[in-house]
Design a protein around this ligand. Structure first.
Ligand code: 3HC
Length: 699
């Protein structure tokens, strides 16, 4: 057998050992599939071998079908994963998958087409296609129910979560865990298996119908139009495994897979898969700029935000000093951190020993003396420029000139804060989202003096904290909060014109947001937006009128869930928003005061009025170079603001509608509602050139 570049073959103890070699994750690309297929055909002809062991050339079996190459697989005549799996099942040789690291999606489907599966202890297997808006399209929906039953197959496919090897053994996906050398163990396992039965095709196994489990899964899935298309098609396929024979079930699965591949939901999710991985590609960053090691850190401000940031450092195994002005405040901060870790222990997410170790790495102080030898400080004090500047002045005096000084401001000017520092090149924004220990997004804000080394360090620390760090430029509100201003403005103006909070929230939930703007306001505290608005108004007149409704609500003491009332009312101990007559009266009175005749507002208008401002502002942000690429804006909105992932973020959503349509709609809105709606120059240019935001590579 010849040695190939993608599928390396050798013969050991009467078995062909076929190694998948397509780094970094052995994605099943057309080239790899073709070579594997050839190796299967070759092995069939080779009388000297009894079977084949399939394994990864490195420490990973396979991350699944090559997501970037789906279009190639669709080309007529191209051999695809299904052809390979059919050849394996129909071969007279025994096939053993020896799995190390991961077998995901098509990778696990490859394993399921083998007669037997063994793995190392630290392996994870799973069918995560649902997260890409797809379903397992190489027999996963037909073979898995035959192997583990309908209920477990539904949970595995609709949940999309990876399963640890031991659990996979209990489920019946993996037959044996190998201790020690995987190949040696797999060869021994293969010999024993052949003796029992040389072939064990999953496709010939029987599967019991389970109508209750199917119904339950349908009820639990998101609505088709709200991101659940793949769930519903996957459930249909699993059901088909119980009503059709294997060949008919495969044909049905193939049809549904192709339908999903063409869907906007899959396109949106696949866009985000790559967008998320692109954020760390920073153009023009000096190749010599390396992250400085952060062995010790400090957080200034022991409130909920500061505590959350300290937890992030501890989770990244970096000792941290939590600082505030009084013993009482730091003690409260420590208690909050202890409570969070205790909760993780209770849920079984953290061992008692790991919890103790983390807390040993936490110290508290009310003075800055201990900051002389820290490598990074994150300031998370009250959102007030004067206070922040005085903190940076002090930090600059005490810390080493090499310490990275980060501010967690969500709106303030980084350059203004850096202006008081002795080493402004060491100053950077690290904007965490609340709760900081939970939310995955981190906006990393570069000021005009911020050095490449400082940027590289902040990006590295973000990764160590398991955050998605997106580098953005310095402007009022950076990317996320700058964009949200127009979204909230329009939501409130719609109230004046005829809508009610529950109507808007319902429409936006159906659009795919986990919560509508008013429910979010109540959760976060309407007083926060109120303070930001007042602070902004104090700086000068606003370019566009804002509704007074947000202010009226707060001035009535309706700060949100924490005061039992906001845009909704809340029964004590219950966080479920209840529409409130009192709020309706306030809204109606405001319409009357403004002389507005209230009108019926359609769901379509609501979506346009709140989402289009995001797109238009996003275009300005892109043109100004505040965001590196449009997909970075999408990542920020999905991970920081709950924009529906299946729509791929606001910029991808605009690209999917077509920029010329968005442009025309904006002109119409400008005519009806004034110059707030004037299309951004970049949007106009791309629309005229029939291009997408994704085509824009910088001004
Ligand atoms: N296809 C193409 N590229 C892939 C890929 C895949 N299935 N999986 C990962 N990659 C690429 C990533 O884009 C990234 O590329 P980059 O370095 O150029 O940015 C590189 O591999 C490394 O990926 P990560 O940075 O994510 O590395 P991690 O080690 O953190 O994670 C992983 C590895 C767990 C495999 C993760 O990448 C992952 O979850 N991948 C997707 C798995 C998946 O969804 N598989 C199903 C694919 S669809 C399918 O199989 C259809 C079938 O049913 C027909």
């Amino acid at each position: 057998m010849s040695v190939k570049s993608y599928a390396e073959c050798t013969v050991r103890a009467g078995f062909a050992v076929i190694r998948l070699s397509n780094p970094p994750v052995n994605a099943l690309s057309p080239a790899l599939i073709e070579e594997l297929l050839r190796a299967v055909v070759d092995s069939e002809k080779n009388k000297d071998i009894k079977g084949c062991v399939l394994m990864g050339a490195s420490d990973k079996f396979s991350g699944g079908a090559d997501i970037a190459a789906f279009s190639e697989v669709q080309k007529p005549g191209a051999k695809n994963l299904r052809d390979l799996l059919e050849a394996i099942e129909n071969s007279t040789k025994t096939f053993i998958a020896a799995i190390d690291g991961i077998a995901l999606g098509g990778g696990l489907e490859l394993g399921l087409a083998c007669d037997y599966r063994c793995s190392t202890q630290n392996t994870m297997v799973g069918l995560p296609e649902i997260k890409l808006g797809l379903l397992p399209g190489a027999g996963g929906t037909q073979r898995l129910p035959r192997l583990v039953g309908v209920e477990l197959a539904l949970a595995t496919i609709c949940g999309g979560e990876p399963i640890a090897a031991q659990k996979a053994v209990e489920m019946g996906i993996i037959d044996e865990i190998i201790e020690g050398d995987l190949l040696e163990g797999a060869l021994s396992f293969a010999s024993r298996s052949i003796e029992k039965s040389p072939k064990r095709k999953v496709s010939t196994m029987s599967v019991k119908p389970n109508a209750d489990a199917i119904e339950k899964a349908r009820r639990a899935a998101p609505a088709e139009k709200s991101g659940g298309l793949a769930h519903h098609r996957a459930i249909d396929c699993i059901e088909a495994s119980t009503t059709k024979d294997f060949a008919a079930g495969m044909a049905f699965e193939g049809e549904k897979f192709m339908e999903l591949l063409e869907s906007d939901q899959a396109k949106g999710r696949i866009h985000i898969f790559f967008a998320e991985r692109n954020v760390s590609r920073i153009p023009n960053l000096s190749p010599t700029a390396k992250p400085v090691p952060v062995k010790k850190a400090a957080v200034i401000g022991a409130g909920t935000m500061g505590g959350g940031i300290a937890i992030n450092f501890l989770n990244a195994e970096i000792p941290v000093i939590l600082i505030d002005t009084t013993d009482e405040l730091v003690e409260r901060g420590r208690k909050h951190i202890e409570k969070v870790f205790a909760g993780s222990v209770e849920k079984g997410k953290l061992s008692e020993a790991a919890c103790v170790k983390k807390l040993q790495s936490l110290s508290t102080a009310t003075a800055y003396d201990g900051l002389k030898d820290v490598d990074m400080v994150v300031e998370a004090v009250f959102e007030d420029l004067k206070i922040k500047k005085s903190v940076f002045e002090k930090l600059s005096e005490i810390c080493s000139p090499t310490t990275i000084l980060a501010t967690n401001t969500s709106t303030l000017d980084i350059d203004e804060i850096a202006s008081v520092a002795k080493n402004p090149e060491r100053v950077i924004g690290m904007h965490f989202f609340s709760p900081a220990n939970v939310m995955k997004l981190l906006e990393i804000v570069r000021g005009k003096a911020t050095s490449d080394e400082t940027i590289a360090t902040a990006m590295q620390i973000g990764k160590a904290m398991k955050k998605i760090g997106v580098l953005v430029g310095n402007c009022d509100g950076f990317v996320g909060n700058r964009m949200i201003a127009g979204y909230l403005r329009e939501a409130e103006l719609l109230l004046e014109e005829g809508a009610l909070p529950e109507q808007i929230d319902k429409v936006m939930s159906a659009f795919g947001f986990a919560m509508g703007p008013f429910a979010v306001g109540d959760l976060a505290g309407n007083d926060i937006g109120y303070r930001i608005r007042k602070e902004r108004e104090a700086r000068g007149p606003l370019p566009h009128r804002l509704s007074e409704l947000g202010n009226i609500i707060v001035e009535k003491g309706r700060h949100g869930q924490k005061t039992g009332a906001g845009w909704y009312k809340y029964e004590s101990g219950n966080r479920k928003p209840q529409p409130d007559k009192e709020v309706e009266e306030v809204i109606l009175a405001e319409s009357k005061r403004l002389g507005i005749t209230r009108r019926e507002i359609s769901a379509e208008e609501i979506v346009k009025r709140v989402v289009y401002p995001l797109i238009n502002e996003g275009a300005k942000i892109l043109e100004e170079g505040i965001a590196i690429r449009s997909s970075d804006i999408d990542v920020i909105w999905i991970y920081g603001y709950g924009f529906p992932a299946f729509r791929g973020g606001p910029m991808h959503y605009a690209d999917s509608i077509g920029l010329s349509t968005v442009y025309k709609d904006l002109l119409q809105l400008e005519k009806e509602h004034g110059d707030f709606w004037k299309p951004a120059p970049l949007l106009e240019k791309l629309a005229r050139e029939n291009k997408k935001f994704a085509d824009f590579k910088g001004a």
